[in-house]
Every structure is written in structure tokens, then in C-alpha cells.
Design a binder for this molecule. Structure first.
Ligand code: ADP
Ligand code: GLC
Length: 486
């Protein structure tokens, strides 16, 4: 089975969030099942410079204002997965992240930059690489939505279907919306600018292209798959998604144990496992020392590794930091994003240097250190399609404290008395998205921390959870079988 993943970021070459972790792992997991999975990405410098054994596959005529377009094929280091890279310097060779300039402003030609990504994925399905042609195109998030539209446009015009298509929603809040006026630039049939097509409230949505034209839709947890069919979490697409509910599946993300494993992690201060956990305390003490926090094992260490956005519910933490400190806890945060949130956390760290430490920025290594050193990882998101840091937390014995929503609800089991009694608990879950409910969960965490034997047994159970990619990739293989071309 030949599968082409279409995406804009991929760990370890380029990452802004969990999407990269998934696109870095899933194709590898599929390869282990015997599939021939490849990836196509825009030619951002990190990709062009990061791949190995790069060779030219095809020169592409100018398109969407891109000139001098070359399609390369190479390999991701230490991976069997092949990667196509669209080298189009005038669209992709820019400072900043894949979507925004270095001042955080979205590039004005994003519609062309990501139309080209979708178009080249489609061209691969037409056979522009003599040696390889996908049977399934699997797009991730709005950046890849037009791949599904170009495939369908070809079918619409010729009656011939080139490849099956799957579209995965990692986050419905990012919708790839552009003014109606850019539609003609996309070179799609006029009929596609329609409520049954890319039109979304008189604008163009690349996300909707994926949701409407893909053969099957998946999202990254079963609960989020249900939530997005309702008005509250549907972001305006709930009607479309509930109409397509038989084509929509929630498949939980996995964790790459080559990257996130306390037994082998080379970044953390000392390795440990659920059988020999002493190294975890060493990690905590080392971090406390490095950050100038009071070196106290009896102080539960609450940690956050997160994009600082509205989605992540961080205002709850800001309100309750005084409670954490009053009850004798410490707090360490790594994140970046919203300037107001960044400043609010920085101010608190200045006020309480012995118990609060805040680092603004993006730092993969430090993320590992914090997650290994913490006692509790806070993920109080307003909504969360899957969430990965709570999974990493569990595997590192850092108990997650989460809002009962999306993938957080599917993966964390609350420390209620009955769950403690039958040894199924893995963390702390609060139901209502408000300060009282969050505060009660915090107090449950403190109460359990005082009962060392109980804490240890929950920790060990959390560390034994299986979030491997095997099950996830098997579920995708079944879907690919349903939509594949011959
Ligand atoms: P989202 O994709 O919504 O940001 P996830 O929990 O799915 O949330 O994934 C976040 C990923 O990004 C995790 O791998 C996490 O460790 C990483 N991450 C988030 N913020 C930072 C940061 N400031 N520095 C390093 N890694 C980060
Ligand atoms: C998105 C979601 C997050 C999910 C990640 C990977 O960024 O916000 O919940 O874990 O994608 O699927």
C-alpha cells in the first residue's frame, strides 16, 4: 500500500506543536506494518537542509506565482520514511515559522503557499514520479486541504479517480480562511466555490476543502470526534461533520517511544523506569537547583509545556497559582505565544523566585527535562483534540491534571476513591471548565501527594500505559484499505 502524507511540519526537522510529533511518527509506524508511506512538505529551509540523499524528481512549470519549482525526494535522518520536498524559494524560503513571519503575522500569500502543497500532492497521484505513485493521499490539517480538492476536481472533470483520500483534523480551530477573491487563483472548477465545496460564510476555507472532499475524515481522539459534531466545539463545521458522521472516525494519537521514554531518554538528568524510579527524584532536584527553586522533595512540582494560547486554559493556572504556592507547591512553565499570558507568567516568576520559574520560548530539550522532573503536568485546556503532553507526563510518572475534554478525557483516569481502589487511576480530571473545579482537582493532587504509597502506585500505573503507535497505525491501515485506488 502506497500512502502519501501531506503536511507542513514534521519532527525532528520542523515543529511548532503536536502535529509535527504525529507526522514524524505515523508514517514510520505504517512502514513497520509493511506499508510504503512517504511524506510531502513545502520546501521550508529546515526541510531542504535537514533531509539526506536528496535527488531531483521533477521540474514543475510555474504555478500559483511560484517560479523555479523543483520537486526533490530524500530521506529523514534515522528513518526509513521518504520525503518529497517542494523547493519554491519565492514561496517558502522565509524567516519565521511555516505560517507566519518573524513578527507573528500570517504571510499574505498563504493561500498560494499551501495551494502549491496540495497541488503537488495531487501531481504525485497523476504519476510525476516515474518510480512511485500513491494509492492514498492522507492530509493533515488545513494546510493539506486542497490536495483533496484537486483530486476531486480531476475526478469531476475526467470521471477517473486517481487515489483515495483521508483528511485528519488535528485542530478544527485553524481553518485556513481566505477572502472569496482568491478563489480564482486556486484553479479549481467554479462549481467548487459552493456551500458544498470550499465556501464558508462567503469566504474560502482550505479546512473545508479537506472536510468536504476527502473520502474519509479522522480526528485525533474518539471524544473530539463526537464533540466537533456539536455546536459548542464544531467551529461552524458541526453540520458538515454530523452529516458525514459515518465517514468520521476518532483515532487516538500514539507516542514515539524512541523520543519519549524515561528509560532511554538521553536528555534528562538521570534515566528511570517504573521499577527503578529513584532517577526521577534526581531529575527533580537537579532542576530545582538549576532554576534556583527551593530544593524540596516535599513540594509537589507542577509543570506546564505548552503553546500559550486561549485553547490551553492557562488563565485557570494564573488564577490558582496562589493556591499552589499556599499549599506548598512549586511551578515551572515552558511556553510561548500570547504576549499577555507570557507577561503574566513572567511577572509571577519575578515575584516568587523560590517557587515559580517561567521560561518563554521553544526548547525541545528543556521540555524533556521539565516533564521528567515534575510531579504533576497541568493541561487544563478549554478544548483539546488529543493532547500529547499528558501522555508524555504519564509515561514519565508525572501525573496529568486535565480538563475532561477531547483526548484528555479519553486518556486520563481520575484519582477518585473507587479508581484508586481498583488501581485504574492515572491522574486528576476536572469536569467543569471553571476555577472551582480546577481548584478541587489541585487539592486532590496535594492530598494524594501526601499519601506516598498511593502516589507511587498511581505513578507506576500511569507509567505502564501503552500509547504505542501500533494500534493507531493498524486502525489507519484498515481505513486506507477502504479508500485506496488499485
Ligand atoms: P498542541 O499541538 O495543541 O500544541 P500537543 O499536546 O498535542 O498540543 O503537542 C504539543 C507538543 O509541542 C508537545 O510535543 C510538546 O512537548 C511541544 N511543546 C509545546 N510547547 C513547547 C515549548 N515551548 N518548547 C518545547 N516543546 C513544546
Ligand atoms: C493539535 C491539537 C492537539 C493534538 C495535536 C496532534 O495541535 O491541538 O490536541 O494532540 O494536534 O494531533
Amino acid at each position: 500500500m502506497k500512502i502519501l502524507h501531506v503536511c507542513s511540519e514534521l519532527y525532528p526537522l520542523l515543529k511548532t506543536g503536536g502535529l509535527a510529533d504525529v507526522t514524524g511518527s505515523l508514517p514510520q509506524a505504517l512502514t513497520k506494518l509493511g506499508a510504503d508511506a512517504r511524506v510531502i512538505v513545502p520546501g521550508f529551509p529546515a526541510f531542504l537542509n535537514g533531509v539526506i540523499s536528496k535527488k531531483l524528481i521533477s521540474k514543475i512549470p510555474d504555478k500559483f506565482s511560484a517560479t523555479d519549482i523543483n520537486l526533490y525526494y530524500g530521506h529523514i535522518p534515522n528513518s526509513e520514511v521518504g520525503i518529497y520536498i517542494i523547493d519554491a524559494k519565492n514561496l517558502y524560503d522565509r524567516p519565521g515559522n511555516p505560517y507566519q513571519d518573524d513578527k507573528g503575522v500570517a504571510y499574505p500569500d498563504n493561500h498560494r503557499r499551501f495551494a502549491l502543497l496540495g497541488y503537488l500532492a495531487f501531481l504525485l497521484a497523476t504519476g510525476i514520479d516515474d518510480c512511485w505513485k500513491p494509492q492514498v493521499i492522507h492530509g493533515h490539517d488545513w494546510h493539506s486541504g486542497l490536495a483533496c480538492a484537486y483530486l476531486r476536481a480531476h475526478e469531476f472533470c475526467t470521471g477517473f479517480k486517481l487515489a483515495g483520500s483521508i483528511f485528519t483534523i488535528h485542530n478544527l480551530a485553524y481553518q485556513g480562511i481566505f477572502p472569496q477573491s482568491i478563489f480564482t487563483e486556486l484553479e479549481l472548477p467554479d462549481e467548487f466555490y459552493d456551500i458544498n465545496g470550499l465556501e464558508f460564510y462567503a469566504q474560502v476555507s482550505f479546512l473545508k476543502a479537506g472536510l468536504f472532499f476527502a473520502d474519509k475524515i479522522t480526528t485525533v481522539s474518539p471524544t473530539y470526534a463526537i464533540e466537533i459534531q456539536g455546536e459548542e466545539q464544531g467551529c461552524g463545521f458541526n453540520g458538515l461533520l454530523s452529516n458525514r458522521k459515518y465517514d468520521l472516525r476518532g483515532i487516538l494519537n500514539g507516542v514515539d517511544k524512541n523520543v519519549w521514554n524515561p528509560e532511554t531518554d538521553k536528555i534528562i538528568s538521570q534515566n528511570y523506569s517504573n521499577k527503578a524510579i529513584a532517577g526521577k527524584l534526581f531529575c527533580k532536584t537537579t532542576l530545582q537547583e538549576q532554576l534556583g527553586l527551593a530544593i524540596r522533595n516535599d513540594a509537589p512540582l507542577f509543570v506546564v509545556v505548552s503553546r500559550l494560547t486561549e485553547q490551553k486554559g492557562l488563565h485557570l493556572i494564573l488564577s490558582e497559582l496562589p493556591t499552589i504556592m499556599k499549599l506548598g507547591g512549586q511551578f515551572v512553565l515552558l511556553g510561548s505565544g500570547d504576549e499577555v499570558l507570557e507577561n503574566a507568567f513572567k511577572d509571577l516568576a519575578k515575584l516568587h523566585p523560590k517557587s515559580v520559574s517561567v521560561k518563554i520560548g521553544y526548547d525541545e530539550n528543556y521540555a524533556h527535562q521539565i516533564i521528567a522532573s515534575g510531579d504533576v503536568i497541568l493541561v487544563p485546556s478549554r478544548f483539546e483534540p488529543c493532547g500529547l503532553t499528558q501522555l508524555y507526563g504519564m509515561l514519565y510518572g508525572t501525573l496529568p491534571l486535565v480538563h475532561k475534554v477531547g483526548g484528555l478525557a479519553d486518556t486520563v483516569i481520575d484519582c477518585t476513591l473507587e479508581n484508586l481502589a481498583d488501581n485504574s487511576a492515572t491522574g486528576f480530571v476536572f469536569e467543569k471548565f471553571n476555577i472551582e473545579s480546577f481548584n478541587a482537582a489541585l487539592r486532590r493532587a496535594f492530598a494524594l501527594y501526601d499519601k506516598k504509597a498511593n502516589w507511587k502506585s498511581v505513578q507506576k500505573h500511569a507509567m505502564r500505559q501503552d500509547f504505542s503507535w501500533v494500534n493507531t497505525s493498524q486502525q489507519f491501515m484498515l481505513l486506507y484499505e477502504q479508500v485506496r485506488s488499485l
